[in-house]
Design a protein around this ligand. Structure first.
Ligand code: SF4
Ligand code: F3S
Length: 106
């Protein structure tokens, strides 16, 4: 499966959603997650993300391993998002800011 990681938080560009052939993204207030039961590993979303926040499960950085289980958990909580929408207002300013994990709103 593919995994959305920390740099999506408070950006939520949503370019990823438009290319996913199986609609496996779910949306929360300031983060998207991938449903690991639906993702078919097509890889298309990786290049679309302006925040470079999406990784193959095997390539998730060591300090972000918690996002693997987090995506799976949030996929059970949040509704599916199937089309792109405007990014969050401060998306450009928050792109690449370290230490965003605590900003995640469930
Ligand atoms: Fe969707 Fe493909 Fe990305 Fe999986 S890898 S979330 S199937 S676009
Ligand atoms: Fe997030 Fe990147 Fe998609 S910022 S919403 S994973 S395009």
């Amino acid at each position: 499966t593919y995994v959305v990681t920390e740099n999506c938080i408070q950006c939520k560009f949503t370019d990823c959603v438009d290319v996913c052939p199986v609609d496996c993204f779910v949306e929360g207030p300031n983060f998207l997650a991938i449903n690991p039961d639906e993702c078919i590993d097509c890889t298309l979303c990786v290049a679309e993300c302006p925040a470079e926040a999406i990784f193959a499960e095997d390539d998730v950085p060591a300090d972000q391993q918690e996002f693997i289980a987090l995506n799976a958990r949030l996929a059970e909580l949040w509704p599916v998002i199937t089309s792109r929408k405007a990014a969050l207002e401060d998306a450009e300013a928050m792109n690449g800011v370290p230490g965003k994990r605590d900003l995640l709103i469930e």
